[in-house]
Design a protein around this ligand. Structure first.
Ligand SMILES: [Zn+2]
Ligand SMILES: [Zn+2]
Length: 320
C-alpha cells in the first residue's frame, strides 16, 4: 500500500542537505563557532562563574571589576534608583562596574544589605526590607543544611602562632597590592582554547623583572600603630608600562598578547592596607628573587641573573 502516494522503493529526501546525517547516522561534524572578546571591550571577564555565595550570609553575589580593576560584589538584581542612597548607586557598562546610575535603575553593593553585617544607620526602608528578606533566605538555607555560617571571630586567650602563609606585597603602577598567592604561583586568569583556565604563571623569567625593596609604610590617617615603619615589597615600577599592566591583569605573556582571549577569573590583587594586612608585612629582604619551579621553569628557559635589591624610602600618600 503506497504511503501518501509514494511508491515503495522511492528514496525520500526528508531533510535538507545541511541537516543530512552521515551514512552511519552520526551527526554531521559542524565546525564550532569560537566566540572572542571584542578588542574594544573594556572587560575580558566571562560572566560565567562570577556569581558566588557570600561567605557570611550565603546569598548570591555577582562579582564585577571596577574601572581600577578592583572587584566589587553586587546584589544580583537591579533596584529602582529612588529609594536607594546615592552612595549605593552602581551601574554596569561593558562588564565594568561604575559608581552612579545612568538610568532609573541601579545595582547596589551586597555589603550594604548583607544581613550578617552591621546595618548602616542610613539604610533606607527599601534597603532595610531587602536586608530582612536576605536574612530570611539565609535562615532557610541554614535550616535546609545548604549553608553553614562562619563561626564568630573571638579573641584568643593565648597567643596562637599565625599559620597562614605570608603573602607578597607588590607595587604595580605606583599602587601597592597584596598578592593572593606567592609570586611563583600566581596563575594566568585567561581561558585557553579548550575552555580551561590557563595553567601558565604570570612570572616570566624572560621578561623584565621587579626588585625586592624596602619601603616606608605610610598611613593616610596618621594613626598607624605597627611595630615597624618599613616593609619589603616587590617593586615593579621600574619595568615597562606594558609589563606592569600584564602583572596587574594577571595574565601570562601569550594571553596578554592575544587580547581576544576571555578571562575566567578576576585578578586576585587586593589593595594593600597596612592595618588590615599587617600579618603579611615582611621586614627582611628575601634571599633569592622569585623563580619558577617545576616544568614551567624548564619550558621557559634559564632564570635571569639574580634580581638586584634596592632600599628606598618613600613618603606618605603612596598607598591608595
Ligand atoms: Zn552577605
Ligand atoms: Zn595565559
Amino acid at each position: 500500500m503506497p504511503w501518501c502516494g509514494v511508491q515503495p522503493g522511492t528514496l525520500l529526501a526528508m531533510q535538507p542537505h545541511d541537516f543530512a546525517h552521515r551514512w552511519d547516522s552520526a551527526a554531521p561534524a559542524v565546525p564550532r563557532r569560537r566566540l572572542r572578546v571584542a578588542t574594544s571591550s573594556p572587560s575580558r571577564l566571562l560572566r560565567q562563574g562570577q556569581s558566588r555565595r557570600c561567605r557570611e550570609c550565603g546569598n548570591r553575589v555577582d562579582w564585577y571589576p571596577r574601572a581600577d580593576h578592583r572587584p566589587i560584589g553586587l546584589h544580583p538584581y537591579e533596584l529602582p534608583t529612588c529609594p536607594v542612597p546615592i552612595a549605593c548607586h552602581w551601574h554596569l557598562s561593558g562588564g565594568i562596574a561604575y559608581r552612579g546610575a545612568d538610568s532609573a535603575w541601579c545595582r547596589i553593593p551586597h555589603a550594604a544589605v548583607c544581613p550578617r553585617r552591621a546595618p548602616d544607620s542610613n539604610l533606607t526602608p527599601t534597603l532595610t526590607e531587602l536586608r530582612r528578606r536576605l536574612a530570611v533566605l539565609t535562615r532557610r538555607r541554614i535550616d535546609a543544611g545548604l549553608f553553614t555560617p562562619p563561626p564568630p571571630v573571638t579573641c584568643p586567650t593565648t597567643a596562637q602562632p599565625d599559620e597562614r602563609p605570608v603573602l607578597p606585597i607588590v607595587e604595580i603602577l605606583r599602587i601597592r597590592y597584596l598578592a593572593e598567592q606567592p609570586l611563583e604561583e600566581l596563575r594566568c586568569v585567561s581561558q585557553t582554547r579548550r575552555g580551561h583556565r590557563c595553567p601558565h604563571p604570570v612570572l616570566d623569567p624572560a621578561a623584565p623583572g621587579g626588585v625586592w625593596s624596602s619601603a616606608a609604610i605610610s598611613s593616610g590617617t596618621g594613626q598607624l600603630a605597627l611595630p615597624t615603619d618599613h616593609l619589603v615589597l616587590y617593586d615593579l615600577n621600574g619595568v615597562p608600562y606594558a609589563e606592569q599592566l600584564r602583572w596587574r591583569t594577571q595574565r601570562c605573556p601569550a594571553h596578554m598578547a592575544a587580547n581576544t582571549a576571555p578571562d575566567l577569573a578576576l585578578a586576585g590583587w587586593q589593595v594593600f592596607d597596612p592595618l588590615t594586612h599587617h600579618t603579611h608585612i615582611r621586614t627582611s629582604l628575601p634571599d633569592s628573587p622569585p623563580s619558577l619551579r617545576g616544568p614551567e621553569a624548564d619550558s621557559t628557559g634559564p632564570l635571569p641573573s639574580p634580581t638586584r635589591r634596592r632600599t628606598t624610602c618613600r613618603g606618605r600618600g603612596r598607598n591608595r
